[in-house]
Each structure stands twice: as C-alpha cells, then as structure tokens.
Design a protein around this ligand. Structure first.
Ligand code: ADP
Ligand code: ZN
Ligand code: ZN
Length: 740
C-alpha cells in the first residue's frame, strides 16, 4: 500500500483509534495531525480527528476503508492543546475519541466549517457622493440606476448598508455599485469588530493597589515569561479579582492572550461586566449556557486571536489560543472544575499542565484553597501569595458556634439564633440563612406504619416540594404527585420530616411576617430573570431575610447582610466522604464571605450538635488556615490524599451481582500487579442503587503517584481485554473527588 494510514480518534467508548486510507484524490501534504476528517463508521458517517499519519496498519491495507472527506485545511486545535489532550488521555486512561471531543464545540464535532462568519461588507455614500446627488450631477442624471442607489444609501438609517440588502433596489446592484465606486461616490466599510465581542473602551479607573496586592502582582509579573504556579490566597473581598485584572492587563500589553477559568456558578454577569469594563479588547465567554452557535463563535474568536481574553468554565481549559500568556483559575478549590462523568478530568490540574508546557504562569486563587493546593504550596511546588485583609481594612466576619443540643428547634432554628435574627432585622439590617437542601422536606413519612417516600429507582428518599406539589428524587430526577394517604396502610397521618429551604421560608414568613424574604435555590431561580428580580429586591432592601443553598456561596455580594446563620453544619462533619469536612469549611466561609462590608462587619453563627468538634472549633476560632493545617495533619495520619493518590474503578449494572463480580475479577487481575498499591473493596457505592442501576466500586490507592500510574498503564489494558459484558458499564476515575 502506497499512501499513508490515517489514525483517527472517533467519539466512542472504545479505547482505541481507527485506521483509514486517505480519501481518494487527496493531496497527502494537506493531511496534518489535528485536522477533522469525515469517515464511515459502521453504517454511520462520523467526524473523526486525525491523530497521526502512520505507514502501517495491523489490518489488511487493501481492506482499509477510505475516509470520505477532509474537513480542515489546518489543525483545528493548536499544538499545545493537542499535546495537552494526549497527555490527559494517558493520565486519565480515557478513550481518545471522547477526550478529543471534549475539547471541541458541538458544531465542530458535527463537522461545521471552522471559520468565523464573514462580517457582511457594508457600503456607504461618500461626501462626494452626497454632493453629486444634491447637485444632480450630469453623469448621474444619465444613469438612473446609480441615482436610485445613491438615493437609497443617502437615506439609509445607519449610514452603511450591507451589499445583500441593496440587491432589490436596482436590477444589477453589483455593477451599479462598481460604477459608483469608480467615481468615488460610494465606499466600502467593513465592520472591524464582531458585534458580540465589541467592548466599550475601559472607562472605570483602576484602584490603587494595596501593599499585598502590589506584592502579588509584582511577584507574578516578574515571571510572565516562564512557568510557575502561584497560589493566591485571600478572603472574599481581599482584592483577588483586582490582581487578576492587573495580571491580564500586563499580559495583554505584551500582545498575548489571557485565559481565566471560573466555577460554573461563579460566572456571573457582575464578574463579566467587571472584566469588560476594565480590560481593553474583545473578550470571549465560554460556558455551558450558550447556544451551540454562540459557543462556536466564542471559541473561534479565541482561536483566531480576535478575543484577547477568554473567560470560561471547566472545558475552557482546552480553549485554543494562538498567543497564550497566563492562565488564571478562580475559586480553584471548586468542585465544578472536576468533570464527574465521561472524561473525568480536573480543569485546574490540566491548567497547570498546560501552563507548564507553554512556559507561562498559572494563578490559582481562592479564599479557601483545596488541601491539595495548600500541600503543594507547603512543599514549595507552588508559590504562596497572600492577601490577608479585606480591601478597605474591614474585618472579616467573626464565627460563633451555637450548641443546639437540647434546644427546642423551631423548624431547625434554635431560639438563640432566632433572637439574634430579630435583633439584626430590627436594626434594618439583612440576615442570611444557609441551608444546603432545597425543597420543603427531605422525606415524607407515615406516622402510622413508618412508610418512607422512597424513590423507586434509587436508594434515596424523595424530597417533598410543596410548591410544585410533587415528590422529587434529587438523584435521578423522577417525580410523582404527593401522596395523600399512605401507600402501605392508607393512613392520612403523613408527616414531612427534616428541613428544606421551602419549609424554612414558610416558617420564617410566620415568624417575621413583615420582613420580605428571598429564597435563592435552584427551584426559585429556574425561571429566566427570577434571580435578577430577587437580587434587585435584596439590594434595595425590599427583602431582608435571605435563605439559600450553595447558590448563595458564589459571585453575589450582599453588603447589608450582617448576620449569617448556618442552619446545619453537622452533615459535613461526619459525612461518608473524607473530604466532607473540607467541603463544609469551604462552603461556610464562602457563604460568610458574601456578607458585610468595611463599616459593618458581619457575624456568622453555626448551629451544631458537635460544638467540641476540633476542626469546627479551629475554623471558628482561628480561621481557614488553621483548620486546613489540622485537616492536612489528619489526612497525613490516615494516609489519605494529598498524601496518597487514588483511582476509583466504578461499575454499574441493572443486576447487583454482576457489578460486584466484575469488580472482583478486576481485583484479581490487579493483585499480581499492584506493588506499592492498596486495593480497597470492591464495595457497594454509598448509594448503591441510583436511577435503577446498582453501583459498586474498587478503590486503588498508592503513596507514590508513579506507582499508581505504572500500575494503571498495565491494568487498564487488561481490563479492556476482558470479554465485553454488555450488562455492565464501568469507568475509571483518576484522582476522584467524590467517592460514589
Ligand atoms: P476578591 O476577588 O478577593 O473577592 P475583589 O478584587 O473583588 O476581591 O475586591 C473587592 C472589592 O474591592 C471590589 O469592589 C474591588 O473593586 C475593590 N478593590 C479591590 N482592590 C482595591 C484597591 N486596591 N483599592 C480600592 N478598591 C479595591
Ligand atoms: Zn402507613
Ligand atoms: Zn431516584
């Protein structure tokens, strides 16, 4: 066989590439790794991704199917993203087709051309043209078509008309325009910026940086030309975003681009407005809420270099940038950076790898850094930079633990907390209550026989939602009308147990009938614009009692809030996941950080049944750094991450036995290979049944990362060789963030 073999990644669960012959009559020199190719796959035609040009194939070369079409003339992804994806594919042991698909917008995966739409060519009348028209120049009088067109342009509202729109005006508009152009009566104008990217000139003057900000900016700017990881730690309001803006300005001034990654929930209009106001040049935004077309457009404008700044959520870590100069990861501890299904990458970790390969700095910012990141800073791998104070010198809110043991709780609220709320509300201040459970109550229960509102598909209770008059499963999405009588015994004595934000709202309406209440959770903000309405009401003081889930924790600032109540901190203290307490501490501080301002520092009251819990006490008395240090010590003593490295093999099946049997077999394969590794399980997942499928897992743990990866290299090959059991789905999660 003469021509090269195309090694193609195709979106499929198979851990392999596929070989094809080039399409007939292709210029071989045009085939470069990184271009898209349309190929026949089974009976379908799919868009694949050319990984490499080979010279041999294990298949019969004569039987090699030819690709159908080459879709790009140049690689669709820049070399550094291609290299990052290859690295990620090896590290996460995920099928190549899926990995490459994750980096491309949907429309490109479907084969759309990778070209920005051409801005329409505009025509407008010149001063000479105006003169000729008003004076009815002789040359014009002899050419009625030109006269007509000039008239039309003179009256055109915005002064410039798209060429297409002139076609109906006269018979041969193109020729007429040429004639007018030759006489200098009309001219062409091209819109230079794409309207959706257009940025108003920066109008807001930048504040003078304080000492800590100056030091942080200087430390990073001094190293813009090389790789380094900077951990920027500072409470909410300490000026981290201001530091990002200065760094981005410095990078833009060098003619380079900046990439800022933000959590799903942190990408607020406020943040974007601030970036747009302050930064010169077009900005592209990449997140899951965009239409496919908008996303493609933003992506292409990053790739073409038109967009100078790219702000996006997780998958923006793969954004194509011709001239990258810095990567910023805001709220680096946030869980949304980890993809929780399919290709389970961690965008923060990949941002570091990408920056390393590019030789540029990466800045990780947080008020509550992940223990992994703090550990890396302690070991000197990251450079720690601190912003110790709120800008303007305001104190950070003080934290009090409130012992609720033996207290008569009114809908989950203790009398001392209610008393404090009353006092703050009486001073016309605002109060915020945090309860991370939406709905009315987490379970409906029969007082007669003990029946519980169990989900049919999951090992979970269905949550009662009174507004929607339904029971909802928060795990599989199933819902049904609320039972009026017990399905088991027919009793009408059904009771709602436990707390949800809806119930809290109802209770507080009775307790504080004259105070406007704002509930912020996924239910109350589902309708477009409802969140904005609530925020406006809060800011103008019409609603002063705020209740919400973790939606409250990011992005918004409530300067009039002087009291924050954490309704229930206990679920985080003894959660099944070893990261529960870290998460709880981060959430509490994130919520606390929303409140107060310089002249009105807030108070945070945490209701707990475990007021002596050592980590909780540290958090309350000495703050996050002390908490984190103690939590890291605990992790070290227990040899848990970041002092060990984990991978989780998950399996699920409609039949509980099969998933376990698969994992037993996987463990048997692993045992002879697993030097330096600990194998834990298999065990059923904490919620064994979800959406009708039984889930179990096998946890692998190693003290040395390299041992784990050497092992995975061999083991995953063996696993994939096992005869395919179509009744089982399995997946590997490297560096899992959640153990279920
Ligand atoms: P963070 O990102 O840490 O929450 P921000 O950068 O958003 O903090 O700063 C908090 C507020 O203080 C913002 O309104 C910001 O404009 C303002 N700010 C930040 N730095 C300064 C400064 N050096 N001088 C005055 N105001 C500042
Ligand atoms: Zn009953
Ligand atoms: Zn369910």
């Amino acid at each position: 066989m003469s021509g090269p073999v195309l090694r193609i990644a195709i979106p499929s669960p198979l851990y392999r590439t596929f070989d094809y012959a080039p399409p007939p009559d292709t210029d071989i020199s045009a085939l470069q790794p990184g271009i898209r190719v349309r190929v026949p796959f089974g009976r379908r035609s799919v868009v694949g991704f050319l990984l490499e040009l080979g010279h041999d194939t294990p298949l019969d070369p004569a039987a090699l199917r030819p690709a159908q079409a080459v879709l790009d003339t140049e690689p669709i992804l820049p070399a550094d993203v291609l290299a990052l994806l290859r690295w990620a594919q090896g590290y996460y042991h995920h099928p190549p087709g899926d990995v490459f698909a994750a980096a491309l917008p949907t429309l490109l995966r479907q084969g759309e051309p990778a070209a920005l739409p051409q801005p329409p060519l505009l025509w407008r009348i010149t001063t000479a043209g105006h003169a000729a028209r008003t004076q009815a120049a002789p040359a014009l009088r002899r050419a009625p078509a030109q006269f007509l067109l000039l008239d039309h342009l003179a009256a055109y509202p915005d002064g410039a008309a798209a060429e297409d729109s002139l076609r109906p005006v006269v018979r041969d508009s193109a020729a007429t325009l040429r004639a007018l152009h030759a006489k200098g009566w009309v001219e062409r104008t091209a819109p230079t910026v794409i309207p959706s990217l257009a940025a108003p000139p920066s109008s807001i003057p930048a504040p003078v940086l304080n000492e800590a900000q100056t030091a942080a900016v200087a430390a990073i700017v001094a190293q813009l030309d090389r790789f380094g990881v900077f951990l920027l730690e500072g409470v909410t309001g300490s000026g981290k975003t201001e530091v990002y803006l200065r760094l981005i300005e410095a990078v833009l001034a060098q003619g380079r681009q900046a990439l800022a990654l933000v959590p799903e929930i942190g990408l607020t209009p406020q943040l974007l407005a601030r970036f747009r106001e302050r930064l010169p040049g077009p900005l592209a935004v990449l997140h899951s809420g965009l239409s496919d077309r908008e996303r493609l457009h933003a992506w292409l404008s990053a790739r073409s270099g038109v967009a100078r700044v790219v702000v996006g959520t997780r998958s923006a870590v793969f954004a194509p940038l011709p001239t990258p100069g810095i990567i910023i990861v805001d709220e680096e501890h946030d869980l949304s950076f980890k993809q929780q299904d399919g290709f389970r990458y961690h965008a923060r970790d990949l941002a570091i790898i990408r920056a390393q390969r590019l030789g540029i700095p990466v800045v990780l910012g947080s008020a509550t850094p992940a223990l992994e990141s703090l550990h890396n800073a302690r070991r000197g791998r990251y450079r720690a930079l601190r912003l110790p104070e709120r800008v303007g010198g305001g104190r950070t809110p003080s934290i009090e633990l409130l012992d609720v043991r033996r207290q008569p709780l009114i809908e989950g609220l203790s009398p001392p907390l209610l008393e404090r709320m009353r006092a703050h509300l009486a001073r016309e201040e605002q109060v915020l209550l945090f309860l991370n459970r939406r709905g009315f109550a987490p379970v409906l229960f029969c007082h007669e026989c003990g029946w519980l509102s169990q989900c049919r598909h999951c090992d979970a209770r269905m949550t009662l939602h009174l507004r929607q008059r339904r029971l909802l499963c928060h795990h599989c999405g199933d819902s049904r009308p609320i039972d009026i009588t017990c399905p088991t015994c027919g009793s009408v004595d059904l009771r709602a147990i436990g707390q949800g934000t809806e119930r809290l709202e109802t209770a507080l309406q009775q307790e504080f009938p004259t105070v406007g209440i704002a509930r912020l959770d996924r239910d109350s903000t589902r309708r477009r614009g409802s969140l904005e309405t609530l925020l406006t009401d809060i800011h103008n003081g019409q609603r002063r009692l705020l209740i919400g889930t973790q939606m409250l924790a990011k992005g918004h600032h409530f300067p009039e809030v002087t009291l924050v109540g954490i309704v229930d901190a206990d679920q985080g203290l003894y959660g099944i996941d070893f990261r529960s307490s870290e998460r709880m501490a981060q959430l509490i501080l994130q919520v606390a950080g929303r409140a107060g301002r310089a002249d009105k520092p807030g108070v945070v009251i945490i209701q707990t049944h475990h007021p002596d819990h050592p980590l909780l006490r540290l958090l309350a008395t000495q703050g996050y750094p002390a908490f984190a240090a103690a939590a890291l010590d605990e992790r070290q003593a227990a040899a848990l991450p970041p002092f060990a490295h984990q991978a989780l093999l998950r399996a699920e099946s409609a039949d509980p036995e099969r998933a376990m049997a698969f994992l037993q077999a996987a463990r048997a394969l692993a045992e002879p290979l697993a030097a330096g590794l600990e194998l834990l399980g298999p065990a059923p997942a904490p919620m064994e049944r979800r959406a009708g499928r039984y889930r179990a897992h096998l946890l692998l743990q190693a003290v040395r990362r390299q041992d784990l990866h050497d092992f995975l290299e061999i083991w995953t090959v063996q696993l994939r060789k096992k005869p395919l059991d179509r009744h089982i789905r399995w997946s590997l999660d490297v560096d899992p963030m959640e153990l279920y």
